[in-house]
Design a protein around this ligand. Structure first.
Ligand SMILES: Cc1cc2nc3c(=O)[nH]c(=O)nc-3n(C[C@H](O)[C@H](O)[C@H](O)COP(=O)(O)O)c2cc1C
Length: 306
């Protein structure tokens, strides 16, 4: 049911935390858990405003973690990142600084390609993705992903794919990947056919429906597209998720994380709202799994979704 992704990336890792932990001989940031053993290709995304930390981190990721690619985040609008830490989308207002960071990281990463993720700009009035894209390309990046919102937009409104398209003629060497609001196979095909992008990146759509990647791959290959998974298949997927989470987290944390996963996988399903409320108040693991069994056994087949 799963599969179909050409490249998967970790959530962004703070280069400074990485370097600090590393210099004290401690463990790595938790987002790197399992990265050494995961199948390739794999991308690790890192963020910071300090070229030195990013360079040290990139070198270690290339040599010790043997990642396939490294992605630099200049798109995150969250306060913790773009506020006091002056990272992520904060840097979009300084294309030259981004260029310097990319240059240093590319040098440090050696044979491992370095790509970049941005938003359109800081605000709708200061969209400068073309300037940033050129700085990124000139500094030696191997690719650029653009989320079609500004930092000020956060996640409101629609991703602006016309603005993403405007960047394409300004890139001479590197691929442009479009990102934002791809939730279905049709969304993916529409964006790929109607906008001058070399690829697409999917975030939230893949969290809600991780089988979407496989369906898109099938459509692109001209094969029949799998129907939406049945209740039984989703139930099995949740249990698989549970087993995998247990390898990494304590039992209590697993249940909290699993609740989130179940909420995503059952969005819009009949009776799901009450079920999710019940799950949140389940007193223990046994009650949690009983609720899960009851919910999925009561619904033999989920309605199809496009
Ligand atoms: C909970 C959450 C965490 C995210 N974390 C990251 C991240 O670590 N790095 C990143 O580049 N984008 C991150 N994003 C943004 C997504 O990658 C993506 O750019 C954005 O959600 C728009 O695309 P979508 O409509 O396909 O989700 C995150 C988004 C959400 C909702």
């Amino acid at each position: 049911m799963l599969g179909g992704v050409d490249l998967i990336a970790t959530e962004m890792v703070s280069a400074r935390s990485f370097v600090e932990l590393d210099s004290r001989g401690r463990d790595y940031p938790s987002r790197l858990w399992g990265v050494k053993d995961e199948p390739r290709p794999i991308c690790v995304q890192i963020w910071d405003n300090d070229p030195h930390s990013l360079a040290v981190c990139a070198r270690r990721l290339a040599l010790d973690f043997k990642v396939t690619t490294i992605d630099l985040n200049f798109g995150c609008p969250a306060k913790q990142i773009a506020g006091r830490s002056a990272g992520g989308s904060f840097l979009l207002q300084y294309p030259d600084r981004i260029g310097d960071i990319v240059h240093e990281t590319v040098k440090a990463a050696g044979h491992v390609p370095v790509t970049v993720k941005i938003r359109l700009g800081r605000t709708r009035d200061t969209i400068n993705a073309v300037d940033v894209a050129q700085a990124v390309e000139n500094a030696g990046a191997a690719g650029l992903t653009v989320h079609g919102r500004t930092a000020a937009d956060m996640y409101s409104g629609q991703a602006d794919w016309e603005e993403i398209a405007r960047i394409k003629p300004h890139l001479k060497k590197i691929p442009l990947i479009g990102n934002g609001d791809i939730r279905t196979v049709d969304d993916a095909l529409f964006r790929l056919r109607n906008f001058p992008v070399d690829g697409i990146m999917i975030g939230r759509g893949g969290i809600d429906r991780p089988w979407l990647f496989r369906q898109i791959r099938q459509a692109l290959d001209g094969k029949p597209v799998d129907p939406e998974p049945t209740a039984k298949e989703i139930h099995e997927l949740i249990l698989k998720h549970y087993e995998l989470m247990k390898r990494q987290f304590d039992a209590k944390v697993v249940l909290i994380l699993l609740r989130k996963t179940v909420c995503h996988y059952t969005l819009g399903k009949p009776g799901a709202r009450k079920f999710r409320n019940d799950l949140c108040t389940a007193p223990n693991e046994a009650a949690f799994f009983r609720l899960l069994d009851d919910f999925f056994e009561a619904i033999p087949v989920f309605p199809k979704q496009g």
